[in-house]
Design a protein around this ligand. Structure first.
Ligand SMILES: Cc1cc2nc3c(=O)[nH]c(=O)nc-3n(C[C@H](O)[C@H](O)[C@H](O)COP(=O)(O)O)c2cc1C
Length: 199
């Protein structure tokens, strides 16, 4: 299928079929897609936690507002987190990058200060979400990106040290009657001529 058709068909799933679990092989492929996400200067300031355990998934669901049912019914939950400690990033990630990348960081990112650097790291994690959602769609896997979570509670439950949860994605297979699928609810997007300029 062409990517344009994949883009037209993918959507944020609101109701999953709890009886359709993703196979171990599929999950392994998804972990590789996550790892291959691009990032500025190849900084990779992230951690992805893949949860299949029903108990942990339901603990996280309980601190995810309106996303509770989706998370409980989905096959897996992927938590996207960013490094939250600049020193850790510089010691563990930056130190392994080529000189040009290190120079870029020192000239253009470091002057942003602690909060600015954390913000820059978080941008990279958001990019991996887009990459992941497209990857899922290309494999016929349904997904729901979710900022509607309580990151502090996620950090506690997952015992994160040096990372902070930003958002999560439920993945699995839709309930066949999910109202949000494009065949039942056409996608709303702003007009092409409003969002695209040609020069
Ligand atoms: C970063 C991000 C956070 C989102 N958070 C939620 C969420 O917490 N719960 C939910 O049901 N949908 C969430 N969505 C889904 C959006 O509402 C959805 O992508 C948008 O309405 C476009 O619809 P589509 O994905 O079906 O094409 C989120 C999407 C993104 C990209």
């Amino acid at each position: 299928m062409h990517f344009l058709d994949i883009a037209k068909n993918r959507y944020s799933t609101k109701k999953y079929n709890p009886n359709e679990k993703l196979s171990e092989d599929i999950v392994q492929q998804l972990t590789q897609i996550l790892r291959l996400s691009p990032s500025s200067i190849n900084s990779q300031p992230w951690k992805f936690t893949i949860i299949s355990d029903t108990k942990v998934k339901s603990e996280l669901a309980a601190v995810s507002y309106h996303n509770l049912e989706k998370i409980n019914q989905a096959s897996h939950l992927v938590v996207f987190s960013a490094i939250d400690n600049v020193e850790k990033f510089e010691n563990e990630n930056l130190s392994q990058l080529p000189e040009a990348a290190v120079n870029y960081y020192h000239q253009l990112v470091k002057p942003l200060g602690e909060a600015g650097i954390r913000n820059w790291m978080q941008h990279q994690v958001y990019l991996s979400l887009g990459f992941f959602l497209a990857g899922c769609a290309s494999m016929g896997i349904d997904s729901t990106p979710m900022e509607g979570i309580q990151p502090d509670k996620y950090n506690e439950i997952l015992k994160y040290d040096g990372y902070t949860a930003l958002f999560a994605a439920a993945i699995g297979h839709r309930d066949v009657a999910d109202f949000n699928q494009p065949t039942l609810k056409p996608k709303f997007r702003r007009p092409l001529e409003e969002v695209i300029d040609h020069m």
